[in-house]
Design a protein around this ligand. Structure first.
Ligand code: ADP
Ligand code: MG
Ligand code: ZN
Length: 611
């Protein structure tokens, strides 16, 4: 509940209480009938009055049959005197019991104090509320510049290096840093300088945050962590003061590790900002630089930081003495993937026959986070199928689900569409199976997944870090295989091929402009691309070539595509029977696994060809 609504509630409660008190007082004066003094005198003379109670000027009259009435006497005079003046027969008055009540009781004081004090109390209460509110505001204003720095506690969720698979070099680096903090003397005696900052660099999901947490779990020194986005505030200067506070906190606890996650939020190159908020970010960045420099030689605080955008970081951050150590976290290779899968298989009810290696083979390019997600999806899938354990099937399915999105069996497709998709995917698969050096087919399917109508999964035998021109040209021909197959079979093309064409065009353009793989243009790159190497994405390309070259580039891109199309068409024409067989089987079975697919092709004795 917010402060405001809390206060409102209190106010309403107070008002209700006040009105209750007032209504009590109102009650007492309401009931009895009011008598004027001569009416009272008449009633006394008629012998109807039994009793009169006097309190101050108020007369409580009890009539016959216990009927109550009220009256008032004159202020100065006594009751008997007043009544005599109104002509009461003294004999009649003697029959009336008169009692005088002294008003010194609680009721008397309450009747005086409450009406006067209560409004004062109410007003005071409101003022108190207002002041309290203001004080909270002031406190908040003072807390604004404080960082929300958190001290990791090593409770149940303690993570150690054994929870991190692979990342061998990165782990070694961090082990060394932990060692620095534990035995600084060993290093200082040799004249070594303790590193100030370590930057963990890697694609999203490669385990940067996880590794930092593991370092925290291993080091046994205080470990503070904060996300750099908390330094970006609407008000200029707040971020900077938060940074000051974060560093101060860490320094007080030295030896300590300060982990700033996602540092690119403030670490962008200065002066390169687009849009607002730039000034604030620059100030925050400057403050980080100042703090990094400001460490004394022997201050044992190491700043750990993580980013997936090292290319946009300000160079000043990366110079020696600041984040001078860079630890690169690569995507896991096949062995690491298996190890990561094993870690995330812990605590899951896996079938005994499960082979995680086979999953690792199918998942090149998956990050640690993807693999963790895969294991979880498999468990969910098994639960949905009311199984007691997770089987290999669920794992395979999850690979595809993570890769392409969930299967959409329910999407109704017409018989004709199914046929088109079958020939399309068959085309990709057959071209891939015919080309020398192409990656083997793992699965062909015409069940739509995510946005894809069908898919052909081909995977390299081993992880690759570089690719050759031959491989690229193969890839282009395989991409064009779907389009060529549709054209050949139906003399028509569908929208199903549009994504293939786009990808093929992009790839061909990269071959020409970036990899210098075009014969006619030679080993030259074109366009100064501000490229996010880590993401393999371009943000902006500056044209640094003439229109004449631009036209030549377009021609070369077209040549690559046309050549690829020709290769694909030739293969499909030559093996028309094989294509038909694949397509018919796909229409019938919808998916073909690796073994089934190659068994299907066997009778056709396809000879491998080079592009
Ligand atoms: P980021 O690099 O984006 O900070 P995280 O460290 O948050 O990635 O990783 C996300 C999740 O992926 C982790 O919580 C963990 O479950 C899983 N993961 C990533 N890398 C590994 C790894 N090397 N070993 C085990 N699990 C990993
Ligand atoms: Mg992270
Ligand atoms: Zn396709």
């Amino acid at each position: 509940m917010t402060n405001f609504s809390k206060n409102l509630l209190w106010t309403i409660l107070a008002l209700i209480a006040i009105s209750l008190v007032f209504s009590l007082f109102a009650e007492t004066g309401k009931a009895p009938e009011k008598l004027s003094l001569n009416q009272l005198a008449e009633k006394i003379n008629a012998g109807e009055v039994i009793n009169i109670k006097v309190s101050g000027e108020d007369l409580d009259v009890t009539l016959k049959d216990n009927v109550k009435a009220a009256a008032q006497k004159e202020t100065e005079a006594s009751l008997t005197e007043t009544l005599k003046n109104f002509g009461v027969d003294p004999a009649a008055l003697q029959k009336v019991g008169v009692s005088v009540q002294n008003q010194s009781g609680l009721a008397f004081w309450a009747s005086i104090l409450i009406p006067t004090l209560l409004p004062l109390l109410v007003i005071g209460f409101f003022f108190w509320m207002m002041f309290r509110q203001a004080r909270v505001g002031v406190n908040q204003a003072f807390n604004f510049g404080r960082s929300n720095i958190r001290l990791s506690t090593f409770g149940k969720e303690r993570v150690t290096f054994s929870d991190v698979a692979g990342l061998k070099e990165a782990k070694e680096e961090l082990v060394e840093i932990v060692d620095f903090l534990k035995n600084p003397k060993k290093f200082l005696d040799l004249g070594a300088r303790i590193p100030r900052g370590v930057l963990l660099v890697g694609l999203p999901g490669t385990g940067k945050t996880l590794l930092a947490r593991a370092a925290a779990g291993e080091s046994n020194v205080p470990f503070f962590h904060i996300s750099a986005s908390e330094f970006v505030e609407m008000f200029v200067g707040v971020g900077a003061s938060r940074i000051r506070d974060a560093f101060l906190t860490a320094r007080k606890a030295a030896p300590a590790i300060l982990f700033i996650d996602e540092i690119d939020a403030v670490g962008r190159q200065r002066g390169a900002g687009l849009g607002g908020g730039n000034d604030e970010r620059e100030q925050a960045l400057n403050q980080i630089l100042v703090e990094l420099d400001g460490f004394d030689r022997d201050t044992r605080v190491i700043v750990l930081s993580a980013t997936n955008r090292p290319d946009i970081l300000d160079p000043a951050l990366l110079r020696p003495g600041r984040f001078d150590r860079r630890v690169i976290l690569d995507l896991p290779d096949i062995n690491d993937r298996e190890a990561i899968l094993k870690i995330h298989a812990k605590g899951k009810a896996l079938n005994h026959q499960i082979d995680l290696r086979k999953i690792a083979i199918r998942t090149p390019g998956f990050s640690g986070a993807d693999l963790a997600n895969l294991m979880n999806e498999a468990a969910i899938l098994a639960a949905r199928r009311n199984k007691k354990t997770i089987a290999q099937d669920e794992l395979y399915e999850s690979v595809e689900k993570v890769l392409l999105g969930p299967e959409r069996r329910t999407r109704a497709i017409s018989v004709h569409e199914k046929e088109i998709t079958a020939y399309h995917e068959g085309g990709h698969a057959l071209v891939a199976a015919t080309l020398k050096g192409a990656d083997p087919i793992h699965k062909v399917s015409i069940i739509s997944r995510g946005f894809a109508g069908g898919y052909t999964m081909k995977l390299p035998i081993e992880d690759q870090h570089i690719r050759t021109k031959t491989q690229f040209v193969n890839d282009l021909a395989i991409m064009m295989g779907g389009y060529a197959s549709e054209k050949l079979t139906f003399s028509d093309v569908s929208t199903g091929a549009s994504n293939d064409l786009k990808e093929a065009s992009d790839l061909a353009r990269r071959l020409v402009t970036r990899y210098g793989m075009s014969e006619s243009l030679g080993p030259v790159t074109f366009g100064k691309t501000e490229e996010l190497i880590f993401l393999g994405r371009e943000i902006a390309t500056e044209k640094n070539y003439s229109e004449k070259i631009a036209a030549k580039i377009d021609d070369e891109v077209r040549n690559f595509i046309e050549h690829a199309y020709a290769v694909a068409e030739k293969i499909l024409r030559e093996h028309k029977k094989a294509l038909e067989k694949i397509a018919k089987t796909l229409i019938e079975k919808e998916t073909l696994e690796q073994d089934d697919f190659y068994a299907l092709l066997k009778p056709f004795r396809i000879k491998l060809v080079a592009v």
